[in-house]
Design a protein around this ligand. Sequence first.
Ligand SMILES: Cc1cc2nc3c(=O)[nH]c(=O)nc-3n(C[C@H](O)[C@H](O)[C@H](O)COP(=O)(O)OP(=O)(O)OC[C@H]3O[C@@H](n4cnc5c(N)ncnc54)[C@H](O)[C@@H]3O)c2cc1C
Length: 303
Amino acid sequence: MTNLRELTGKINIAGALRADEPLKEHTSYRVGGPADLFAEPQTVADAAILLEAAREHALPVFILGAGANILVSDRGIRGLVLSTERLRSVRVEGERIVAEAGCPISLVSEAAAAVGLAGLAFIYSMPGSVGGAVWMNARCYGSSVSDILEWVELLDEEGRVVRLPARPEEFNYKLSPFQKRRALILSACFRLHHGEKPHILAEMEANRADRERKGHFAAPSAGSVFKNNRAFGNPSGKIIDSLGLRGYAIGGAKISDYHANMIINTGSATAGDIEALTRFVSRRVKEELGFELEREVIPVGDW
Ligand SMILES: Cc1cc2nc3c(=O)[nH]c(=O)nc-3n(C[C@H](O)[C@H](O)[C@H](O)COP(=O)(O)OP(=O)(O)OC[C@H]3O[C@@H](n4cnc5c(N)ncnc54)[C@H](O)[C@@H]3O)c2cc1C
C-alpha cells in the first residue's frame, strides 16, 4: 500500500501537490470529500511526471477540470486527482485559437472576441474548462464544441504527447471520443472566422444575460442534471416540471425553482442529498411516464 504523504515528498513538480484536499473547493456544486492526492501541475512535463508516478504506484487517476459537470461523493476520490487549473495559456494563430486544457472556456471566448474572431460566443459564460468542454462536447444555444474543434493534443495512456485531428463523425450530442479513453487532454485548437467585434460581444452578452435570467448563477449547481433526449418529445426540464417537482428538496439539495432540470445546493447539501434527489427524479419520471432519463452530471469518487 502506497503511503501517499511520503509519495508527495518524492514527486518533484513546480505546481501544487497535497494530500487530503477537500474537493468541495473545486466543484461547482460545492460538495465533495477529499482527494487522497491532489495535484495542480504547472507544465505538461509536470503532468507527465504525475501520471507516470500514478502508473508506477498503481494509483487510480481522475482528471479534474473546473468541476462543473461532476458530483463528487462525500467520501471523496481515492488515488490521484490531477487538476488542470494551472495549465491555462491561450494563443491566437490567424483564424484559430489554441488554448490549454485548464483555461476557462469563457476566457477563450473573450480572447477570441478581443481580436475580432467569431465562433466561440455560443459558449461564453458557460462554467468549465477547455478540457471539460472538449471531453463533454459541451453544447449551448444550438452549437457544440465539435462544430469548431480542429485538433486536440493529448497526453496519451502511454505518456506520449499526441495531436489528433477532430473527426466530426466521432462526436455526437454530449459525446466525444475522449470519453472512451484515459488520456489527459492538454490543449485544443478551435477554428474560428473573422467577425465584427460589436456583434460578437453583443452575442456573448445576450447569452450571459439569458443564463443569468434562467438562474444559472444564483446557487451552486452543475447545470442540467439530465441530458435531453429528442425521442421523449420534450426537454428533460419540461418533463420533470410536468410532474410538479420544481422546488422539491431532499436535505440541502433542491430542484431549482427556475429550471426543473437543475438541482441546486441551497447551502447545506451533501453529495448524498444531491445523489438521492437525482435518483428520486429518475425514478418518478420512469414510474409515471416510462422515460429513462440519461444522466449528464457524472457521479465520481467513492460512493
Ligand atoms: C450553471 C451551469 C450551466 C451549465 N450550462 C451548460 C450548457 O449550457 N451546456 C453544457 O454542455 N454544459 C453546461 N454545464 C455543464 C458544464 O459547464 C460543462 O459540462 C463543462 O464542459 C464542464 O467542464 P469542466 O471543466 O467543469 O469539467 P469537469 O466537471 O471538471 O469534468 C467533466 C468530465 O471531463 C473530464 N475532463 C475534464 N478535463 C479533462 C482533461 N483535460 N482531460 C481529460 N478529461 C477531462 C473529467 O474527468 C470529467 O469526466 C453547465 C454547468 C453549470 C454549473
